[in-house]
Design a protein around this ligand. Sequence first.
Ligand code: ADP
Length: 627
Amino acid sequence: MEKKKQFKAESKRLLDLMINSIYTNKDIFLRELISNGSDAIDKLYYLSLTDKNININKDDLYIRVDIDKDDREIIITDTGIGMSMEELEDNLGTIAKSDSFNYKNIDNKDIDIIGQFGVGFYSAFMVSKKIKVESKKYGSDKAYVWKSEGASGYTIKECKKKEYGTTITLKLKDDDDNFNYSTYLDSYKIRELIKKYSDYIRYPIKMEVSKSRLKDGSKDEYESYEELDVVNSMIPLWKKNKKDISEDEYNSFYMDRFYDYDKPLKVIHSSVEGQCNYHSLLYIPSHLPMDYYTKEFEKGIALYSNGVLIMDKCADLVPDYFGFIKGLVDTEDVSLNISREILQQNNAVKLIAKSIEGKIKKELENMLKNDRDMYESFFKTFGMQIKFGVYADYGTNKDKLKDLLMFYSSSEKKLVTLDEYVSRMKDGQDSIYYACGENNDKVDNMPQVELVKDKGYEILYLTEYVDEFCLQALTTYNAKKFVNVSNDNVDLNTEEEKKELEELNNNSKDMFSVMKDILKDSNVNDIRFTNRLKKHPVCLTTEGDISVEMQKVLNALPNENKVNAKMILEINKDHPIAKKLEKLYNDDKDELEKYTKILYSEARLIEGLAIDNPTEISNLICDIMAR
Ligand code: ADP
């Protein structure tokens, strides 16, 4: 007898979970094995279409499910490409999917997740105590059998098998208090499962019509009397009529096909005829894919040419800003033999991509209109992508995307659209005000925000690093310009107030020039009194296009050339500190220096910026405290 081999460590872990599964939905094992069979037939069929030497008759492509009540066995046969000895070893000794799902850190309590996630071949161990896989690779004259009783390992040896393809024999577990495994020996049950989970499989799934006449026959007679029928409708889900598809079918297809443990947020199913012809089944996931922000993430949707998969992730079919979309497109307009290089220039692909983009956008707009909660949930998950889309490619797509944007509003205390903001604007208001910071609470406490809010203006709170770049790319919305409340061009004053402030600043010109000299090594461009602060003594504002937040973001990038925002130190003209500064300017220049440094540091801290010389500043403060 040949040596027993051990499963790879991570496979063993999953295997244990499968064998000892307390998971109730054991039914899925059949779906998994049938879909493997269908994939294997796809591979062979595809080969035959691209290689003239391979002659495959369409009638030879099928999956067959048999039940042997006496031996408590379910036998699943496919006429697919089969596996060589090495492939049996590689494919069934390890888990293929470990890259898309981390099985290693799974607890027993997560078993539900595994059950919903496509677990593949190993799920057969949920119901079997022994599994036998006999396989003959197409074109080879040798066949091999893989056998395993679970965790103890597996064996592989040569065997006899007439036809190419794979036959899997499951020896069912014995019934116990928790589960009646014999239920799978009932052909009605198996038919029901095929109908439920595998109806759309493109190849016929055949079963015996009736066993009654075989009762008293020997095994040989049974073979010759057999009468098979096809259990599945063979119509791919995406080619079916929408009204014939249940939500459950849409969802389980999604979870199975795209390896998600959660239902999708939204299904977009369409059939298009005209300039381009296609069926598409697209999904908006309900959460970020695990690898979304890693370089491993590949956007794209599957491309089928009249039912045959040509590419699993066709990136050209979806724009980057909708890169989170999962799904597939099936079209007769693209030929099977199309190469990846040519896809990009292919006119049909371009037309389909454009049409799909329109569908996704429309769906999102409808969601925003009709199901606000769902849209907010979408935006919280994928809004970043839309914002990127607005400023990527020099803003080429900004007009398409601007109405999908949402930001937190100071007055509504929730996410609002730009359109909603503009519709609420006060008479004579010509700007859309925004403020930037780490989170809504911090922004809400910014000195610059206070007065703008007090005067009754709504402010958008920008808390993600892309936000301000996104608004800058738009520059305006409905002819209203975007204005950062921390920018010196915020103008909320009456002519009279302006004049008064100007006079005040003029009178203190000399003092400010001394103070500027004290701060000459910083990037403070100007110092002045302001009336934009209510209670707060100081703040930093900026002049020009680069705000403090943008400076932070840009300088965090791996870039040699650091940018500097042009900062202005503004001092509340009504705060007692204003009078104090004037007094020090006249009486005590040394003291003025200390105060100036401390005020500037305070303003930096409020902006979330580090101070240049913390020890010096803390000593200065203590000096003053100790008096
Ligand atoms: P997945 O199907 O998601 O890749 P599985 O664990 O179900 O994961 O299968 C692992 C691999 O074993 C498959 O990718 C395929 O290469 C091979 N395989 C499984 N079943 C069959 C089959 N019936 N015929 C040919 N190859 C198969």
